[in-house]
Ligand binder design. Sequence first.
Ligand code: ATP
Ligand code: MG
Length: 211
Amino acid sequence: MEANIYQAIAGGKRLGIMGGTFDPIHYGHLVAAETARVEFDLDNVLFIPTGKPPHKLNHKITNAYERFAMVQMSIKNNKYFKVSNLEIEREGPTYTIDTLKILHELLPKQELYFITGTDALLDLLTWREADNIFKMAKIIGASRPGYDSRKFFAEITKRYPNIKDRIFELEVPALAISSTDIRARVKNKKSIRYLLPDEVRLYIKEHKLYQ
Ligand code: ATP
Ligand code: MG
Protein backbone atom coordinates (compact mmCIF):
# COMPACT_ATOMS: atom_id res chain seq x y z
CA MET A 1 0.00 0.00 0.00
CA GLU A 2 1.05 3.58 -0.51
CA ALA A 3 3.61 4.31 2.20
CA ASN A 4 2.15 7.61 3.40
CA ILE A 5 -1.34 6.21 3.90
CA TYR A 6 0.02 3.21 5.68
CA GLN A 7 1.92 5.48 8.05
CA ALA A 8 -1.10 7.65 8.70
CA ILE A 9 -3.28 4.74 9.80
CA ALA A 10 -0.61 2.53 11.36
CA GLY A 11 -1.27 3.67 14.92
CA GLY A 12 -4.97 2.77 14.99
CA LYS A 13 -6.73 -0.17 16.62
CA ARG A 14 -9.78 -0.48 14.41
CA LEU A 15 -9.82 0.12 10.68
CA GLY A 16 -12.99 0.49 8.63
CA ILE A 17 -12.80 -0.64 5.03
CA MET A 18 -15.20 0.87 2.56
CA GLY A 19 -14.95 -0.96 -0.74
CA GLY A 20 -16.90 0.07 -3.78
CA THR A 21 -16.86 0.90 -7.44
CA PHE A 22 -17.53 4.54 -6.56
CA ASP A 23 -18.67 5.26 -10.09
CA PRO A 24 -19.21 7.95 -8.85
CA ILE A 25 -18.88 8.32 -5.05
CA HIS A 26 -21.95 9.97 -3.48
CA TYR A 27 -23.34 11.06 -0.10
CA GLY A 28 -24.76 7.57 0.56
CA HIS A 29 -21.20 6.19 0.73
CA LEU A 30 -19.93 9.07 2.82
CA VAL A 31 -22.75 8.98 5.37
CA ALA A 32 -22.44 5.20 5.74
CA ALA A 33 -18.68 5.47 6.32
CA GLU A 34 -19.00 8.34 8.80
CA THR A 35 -21.79 6.65 10.76
CA ALA A 36 -19.76 3.43 10.94
CA ARG A 37 -16.68 5.35 12.07
CA VAL A 38 -18.48 6.93 14.99
CA GLU A 39 -20.67 3.97 16.01
CA PHE A 40 -17.81 1.45 15.98
CA ASP A 41 -15.13 3.80 17.22
CA LEU A 42 -13.01 3.24 14.12
CA ASP A 43 -9.72 5.11 14.03
CA ASN A 44 -9.84 5.40 10.25
CA VAL A 45 -11.95 4.43 7.31
CA LEU A 46 -10.04 3.37 4.22
CA PHE A 47 -11.90 3.79 0.94
CA ILE A 48 -10.74 1.24 -1.60
CA PRO A 49 -12.06 1.76 -5.11
CA THR A 50 -12.21 -1.54 -6.97
CA GLY A 51 -10.09 -2.30 -10.00
CA LYS A 52 -12.28 -4.46 -12.20
CA PRO A 53 -15.08 -5.69 -9.94
CA PRO A 54 -15.75 -9.37 -10.77
CA HIS A 55 -19.54 -8.89 -10.65
CA LYS A 56 -19.63 -5.77 -12.80
CA LEU A 57 -17.50 -6.93 -15.72
CA ASN A 58 -20.28 -6.35 -18.22
CA HIS A 59 -21.11 -2.71 -17.59
CA LYS A 60 -18.69 -0.09 -18.76
CA ILE A 61 -16.90 1.34 -15.77
CA THR A 62 -15.22 4.72 -15.59
CA ASN A 63 -11.46 4.40 -15.54
CA ALA A 64 -9.95 3.80 -12.15
CA TYR A 65 -7.96 7.00 -12.12
CA GLU A 66 -11.08 9.12 -12.39
CA ARG A 67 -13.02 7.11 -9.81
CA PHE A 68 -10.07 7.38 -7.44
CA ALA A 69 -9.82 11.14 -7.99
CA MET A 70 -13.50 11.60 -7.17
CA VAL A 71 -13.11 9.67 -3.92
CA GLN A 72 -10.03 11.65 -3.03
CA MET A 73 -11.70 15.05 -3.45
CA SER A 74 -14.75 13.87 -1.48
CA ILE A 75 -12.87 12.81 1.63
CA LYS A 76 -10.16 15.43 1.90
CA ASN A 77 -11.92 17.34 4.69
CA ASN A 78 -12.34 14.31 6.92
CA LYS A 79 -9.05 13.52 8.63
CA TYR A 80 -10.18 9.97 9.47
CA PHE A 81 -10.93 9.08 5.87
CA LYS A 82 -8.24 7.79 3.53
CA VAL A 83 -8.26 6.35 0.04
CA SER A 84 -6.08 3.53 -1.24
CA ASN A 85 -5.18 2.46 -4.76
CA LEU A 86 -4.46 -1.07 -3.57
CA GLU A 87 -7.12 -2.72 -5.73
CA ILE A 88 -6.74 -0.38 -8.67
CA GLU A 89 -3.08 -1.23 -8.99
CA ARG A 90 -3.71 -4.96 -9.19
CA GLU A 91 -4.20 -6.67 -12.53
CA GLY A 92 -7.49 -8.32 -13.38
CA PRO A 93 -10.56 -8.72 -11.16
CA THR A 94 -10.03 -7.93 -7.51
CA TYR A 95 -11.37 -10.02 -4.65
CA THR A 96 -12.15 -8.72 -1.19
CA ILE A 97 -10.41 -11.65 0.47
CA ASP A 98 -7.10 -10.74 -1.21
CA THR A 99 -7.44 -7.14 -0.07
CA LEU A 100 -8.15 -8.22 3.50
CA LYS A 101 -5.10 -10.48 3.48
CA ILE A 102 -2.89 -7.63 2.30
CA LEU A 103 -4.28 -5.24 4.90
CA HIS A 104 -3.87 -7.82 7.63
CA GLU A 105 -0.26 -8.33 6.66
CA LEU A 106 0.46 -4.61 6.61
CA LEU A 107 -1.49 -3.85 9.79
CA PRO A 108 -1.44 -7.09 11.81
CA LYS A 109 -2.62 -5.50 15.05
CA GLN A 110 -5.64 -3.72 13.64
CA GLU A 111 -9.09 -5.13 13.81
CA LEU A 112 -10.62 -4.88 10.35
CA TYR A 113 -14.25 -3.84 9.85
CA PHE A 114 -15.62 -4.32 6.38
CA ILE A 115 -18.44 -1.84 5.75
CA THR A 116 -21.07 -2.73 3.19
CA GLY A 117 -24.61 -1.71 2.35
CA THR A 118 -27.45 -4.14 2.99
CA ASP A 119 -27.91 -4.62 -0.77
CA ALA A 120 -24.49 -6.23 -1.00
CA LEU A 121 -24.79 -8.32 2.18
CA LEU A 122 -26.59 -11.27 0.60
CA ASP A 123 -24.06 -11.34 -2.23
CA LEU A 124 -21.30 -11.60 0.33
CA LEU A 125 -22.21 -15.23 0.90
CA THR A 126 -21.25 -15.96 -2.70
CA TRP A 127 -17.96 -14.09 -2.64
CA ARG A 128 -14.67 -15.92 -3.01
CA GLU A 129 -13.61 -17.47 0.32
CA ALA A 130 -16.60 -16.05 2.17
CA ASP A 131 -15.68 -18.08 5.27
CA ASN A 132 -12.28 -16.47 5.38
CA ILE A 133 -13.71 -13.02 4.83
CA PHE A 134 -15.79 -13.49 7.97
CA LYS A 135 -12.73 -14.69 9.85
CA MET A 136 -10.50 -11.83 8.78
CA ALA A 137 -12.91 -8.96 9.23
CA LYS A 138 -15.97 -8.01 11.17
CA ILE A 139 -18.79 -6.98 8.89
CA ILE A 140 -20.86 -3.84 9.25
CA GLY A 141 -24.08 -3.97 7.26
CA ALA A 142 -25.20 -0.38 6.71
CA SER A 143 -28.93 0.03 6.09
CA ARG A 144 -29.85 1.11 2.60
CA PRO A 145 -33.32 2.25 1.53
CA GLY A 146 -35.17 -0.42 -0.41
CA TYR A 147 -33.12 -3.35 0.89
CA ASP A 148 -34.15 -5.60 3.71
CA SER A 149 -31.36 -7.30 5.62
CA ARG A 150 -33.60 -9.81 7.44
CA LYS A 151 -33.15 -12.47 4.77
CA PHE A 152 -29.39 -12.12 5.02
CA PHE A 153 -29.30 -12.40 8.80
CA ALA A 154 -31.60 -15.44 8.73
CA GLU A 155 -29.41 -17.13 6.11
CA ILE A 156 -26.10 -16.30 7.65
CA THR A 157 -26.95 -17.43 11.16
CA LYS A 158 -28.14 -20.71 9.68
CA ARG A 159 -24.87 -21.22 7.81
CA TYR A 160 -22.53 -19.87 10.44
CA PRO A 161 -24.13 -20.30 13.86
CA ASN A 162 -21.23 -18.67 15.66
CA ILE A 163 -21.00 -15.61 13.50
CA LYS A 164 -23.37 -13.34 15.41
CA ASP A 165 -20.61 -11.42 17.15
CA ARG A 166 -18.81 -10.71 13.88
CA ILE A 167 -21.64 -9.19 11.87
CA PHE A 168 -23.39 -6.01 12.85
CA GLU A 169 -26.33 -4.06 11.55
CA LEU A 170 -25.85 -0.33 11.35
CA GLU A 171 -28.72 2.09 11.03
CA VAL A 172 -27.63 4.88 8.70
CA PRO A 173 -29.66 8.03 7.88
CA ALA A 174 -31.55 6.86 4.82
CA LEU A 175 -30.27 8.26 1.55
CA ALA A 176 -31.86 6.63 -1.47
CA ILE A 177 -28.90 7.58 -3.64
CA SER A 178 -27.10 5.20 -5.98
CA SER A 179 -24.33 5.61 -8.51
CA THR A 180 -26.54 3.93 -11.10
CA ASP A 181 -29.19 6.61 -10.61
CA ILE A 182 -26.58 9.38 -10.74
CA ARG A 183 -25.18 8.04 -14.02
CA ALA A 184 -28.68 7.87 -15.49
CA ARG A 185 -29.41 11.42 -14.37
CA VAL A 186 -26.30 12.75 -16.04
CA LYS A 187 -27.14 10.88 -19.20
CA ASN A 188 -30.69 12.28 -19.18
CA LYS A 189 -29.48 15.80 -18.38
CA LYS A 190 -31.13 15.85 -14.95
CA SER A 191 -29.61 17.52 -11.93
CA ILE A 192 -27.28 15.62 -9.60
CA ARG A 193 -26.71 18.58 -7.33
CA TYR A 194 -26.88 17.73 -3.58
CA LEU A 195 -26.57 14.00 -4.27
CA LEU A 196 -22.78 14.15 -4.10
CA PRO A 197 -20.09 16.69 -3.21
CA ASP A 198 -20.08 19.72 -5.48
CA GLU A 199 -16.48 19.12 -6.50
CA VAL A 200 -17.40 15.70 -7.80
CA ARG A 201 -20.33 17.13 -9.70
CA LEU A 202 -18.02 19.64 -11.38
CA TYR A 203 -15.43 16.95 -12.08
CA ILE A 204 -18.08 14.83 -13.81
CA LYS A 205 -19.05 17.81 -15.92
CA GLU A 206 -15.49 18.74 -16.82
CA HIS A 207 -14.48 15.19 -17.67
CA LYS A 208 -17.73 14.59 -19.53
CA LEU A 209 -18.41 11.40 -17.59
CA TYR A 210 -21.60 9.34 -17.95
CA GLN A 211 -22.80 11.01 -21.12
P1 ATP B 1 -24.02 1.12 -8.33
O1 ATP B 1 -25.41 1.64 -8.47
O2 ATP B 1 -23.13 1.38 -9.49
O3 ATP B 1 -23.98 -0.31 -7.83
P2 ATP B 1 -23.75 2.10 -5.63
O4 ATP B 1 -24.44 3.37 -5.37
O5 ATP B 1 -24.41 0.83 -5.17
O6 ATP B 1 -23.37 2.02 -7.17
P3 ATP B 1 -21.21 1.02 -4.91
O7 ATP B 1 -19.91 1.59 -5.32
O8 ATP B 1 -21.72 -0.20 -5.61
O9 ATP B 1 -22.30 2.20 -5.03
O10 ATP B 1 -21.26 0.78 -3.35
C1 ATP B 1 -20.18 0.69 -2.49
C2 ATP B 1 -20.70 0.31 -1.10
O11 ATP B 1 -21.50 1.38 -0.58
C3 ATP B 1 -21.63 -0.91 -1.13
O12 ATP B 1 -21.38 -1.69 0.03
C4 ATP B 1 -23.00 -0.31 -1.07
O13 ATP B 1 -23.94 -1.19 -0.51
C5 ATP B 1 -22.79 0.91 -0.19
N1 ATP B 1 -23.76 1.98 -0.49
C6 ATP B 1 -23.95 2.58 -1.68
N2 ATP B 1 -24.92 3.52 -1.62
C7 ATP B 1 -25.37 3.51 -0.34
C8 ATP B 1 -26.39 4.26 0.34
N3 ATP B 1 -27.14 5.16 -0.30
N4 ATP B 1 -26.57 4.00 1.66
C9 ATP B 1 -25.83 3.05 2.29
N5 ATP B 1 -24.85 2.31 1.71
C10 ATP B 1 -24.61 2.53 0.40
MG1 MG C 1 -23.79 -1.06 -5.83
